[in-house]
Design a protein around this ligand. Structure first.
Ligand code: NAP
Length: 474
């Protein structure tokens, strides 16, 4: 654990295994944080927040420290990327990109530090002479909870937003992937973030995570994970109404119109689902294709899937790594079985790969229908379902027939169609003629059960700020 500026064992002395999903081998032991350790970490965060150890520093000093932190991450990018491959299994090139994405979040948020301010307003009534203004203040102690699919990028985005706002932080990373979070906090400390301001407590979600959400000294909970756990968390915070931000699951639709450039669509739509083994919240898992190009797209994506080199993330030839755990592989295989039994046709993959590690072939189902389980539920694996659609007439009905609303894609040669589709789709992120590009300067988040609030961009800081209005009679 990393609490109050030091690496420390859990109070219980217990540890848990850290596994390499490409081999199934245990590669290390991590201290197993529990409620008592969360108490220690929250106490450190509370103490530093109440004393103003971080937020009372002048903005230029905080900004310089965040920049220094990002420079240390850049210095160690290879090491951090390797940790991510060992922990999560993703290909090394993707891991480098994920670290770079976290790094850019820190630099973007360092810039925001100097741009957090309120405003003044004219007063219309009351007969008094009033000068009024607003102030933005850090919300306090932020409890951050992250998933395992992009461990470093998620933790870096959350923690740098919280720190930029002036909060003190306790981070609970996913139990499957705790390694990079610990190193990230050590580097923040080395860069000058005061001790106790950034604490990391790996442990089980239902114990350490739950304790963090319940803790009365935590002011804000910022969560990325499944919709099911997000709902549970909301029920927990109903007790004390602490603020909560949710980045949840998705079942994102992608539409290919007859006039799209099919040569570009095939690799882009395929990697829109197969990148990171489909373990991406906005993965384009439902593909709708217009009639004239349907057969060509199904054949092209199936061929592409068969050609993907699946292997250990450290093999430079690997384009897709394993799933994160044996449990996740079983879950994905269960969905593949459901697809078959409900009548969808497998045109590529459909099986796991024998041997050690948790590998599954990229899998394509054609002629799927909206009522099939694989077209309704988030699989979080390398599985795509392909259906037909007629055009703008049924795009919204098909695309929006989901409880989620995280991402959506449109491939078309028509500017008009692209804008009409973007307007019709109920999702927080729409991609046109590409899929999945994100930038930390822009807000990211979901409609409906894909979440509450936005992460990234200027909006991302709001989750960690309180706003106060001051009325002064002159
Ligand atoms: P998860 O099971 O919901 O877990 C997410 C985090 O919550 C983990 O750290 C987990 O700890 C913790 N947790 C579990 N139970 C908890 C509880 N009762 N109280 C507090 N924390 C608890 O999700 P996951 O399987 O790790 O990640 C996959 C999901 O995340 C997918 O649904 C995906 O779409 C979503 N996701 C969303 C975004 C987004 O930006 N919208 C981005 C990435 C992923 P343990 O690891 O110990 O269980």
């Amino acid at each position: 654990l990393f609490i109050d500026g030091e690496l420390t064992d859990a109070i219980s002395g217990e540890t848990f295994d850290v596994e390499d999903p490409a081999t199934g081998q245990v590669i290390g032991q991590m201290a197993l944080g529990a409620a008592a350790d969360i108490n220690r970490a929250v106490a450190a965060a509370r103490r530093t927040f109440d004393a103003g150890d971080w937020w009372k520093k002048k903005y230029n000093e905080r900004q310089e420290i965040l920049w220094r932190w990002s420079d240390l991450i850049e210095r160690d990018i290879e090491f951090l990327a390797e940790l991510e491959v060992r922990d999560n299994g993703m290909p090394l090139a993707l891991a480098r990109g994920m670290i770079a994405s976290g790094l850019s979040a820190i630099r973007y948020n360092a810039g925001i530090v100097s741009k957090i301010y309120g405003h003044t307003a004219e007063i219309s009534g009351g007969g008094l002479d009033i000068h009024a203004y607003t102030i933005k203040e850090p919300a306090g102690v932020a409890g951050l909870i992250t998933p395992w699919n992009g461990p470093f990028a998620s933790a870096a985005t959350k923690s740098s937003s919280a720190l930029a706002a002036g909060c003190s932080v306790v981070l609970k990373p996913a139990e499957n992937t705790p390694l990079s979070a610990i190193r990230m906090a050590e580097l923040a400390f080395e860069a000058g973030v005061p001790k106790g301001v950034f604490n990391v407590v790996p442990g089980y979600g239902h114990i350490a995570g739950q304790a963090l959400v319940e803790h009365p000294d935590v002011d804000v909970v910022h969560f990325t994970g499944s919709t099911a756990i997000g709902k549970q968390l909301v029920r927990t915070v109903a007790e004390d109404l602490k603020r909560v931000h949710l980045e949840l699951g998705g079942k994102s639709p992608v539409f290919v119109f007859n006039d799209a450039n099919i040569d570009e669509v095939i690799p882009a739509a395929a990697m829109g689902i197969f990148r990171n083994s489909g373990q991406v919240c906005f993965a384009g898992s439902r593909l709708y294709v217009q009639d004239r190009v349907f057969d060509q797209v199904v054949a092209g994506i199936s061929e592409f899937a068969k050609g993907i080199k699946v292997g250990n993330g450290f093999d430079p030839a690997s384009q897709m790594g394993p799933l994160v755990s044996a449990k996740q592989r079983e879950r994905v295989l269960g969905y593949i079985e459901a697809g078959r039994s409900e009548g969808a046709q497998v045109t590529a993959g459909g099986t796991s790969i024998d041997g050690s590690g948790y590998f599954v072939h990229p899998t394509v189902f054609a002629d799927t229908s909206a009522d099939m389980t694989i077209m309704r539920e988030e699989i979080f694996g390398p599985v795509i379902g392909i259906s037909r659609f007629n055009g703008l007439d049924d795009l919204a009905a098909l695309g929006n027939a989901t409880t989620y609303g995280l991402g959506a894609g449109v491939y078309t040669g028509s500017v008009s169609t692209a804008h009409k589709a973007a307007k019709a789709l109920k999702a927080g992120n729409i991609w046109v003629n590409s899929y999945g590009f994100t930038d930390k300067s822009l807000p990211f988040g979901g409609y409906k059960q894909s979440g509450w609030g936005r992460e990234g961009g200027f909006e991302g800081i709001d989750a960690f700020l309180e706003q106060k209005t001051v009325y002064v009679k002159l």
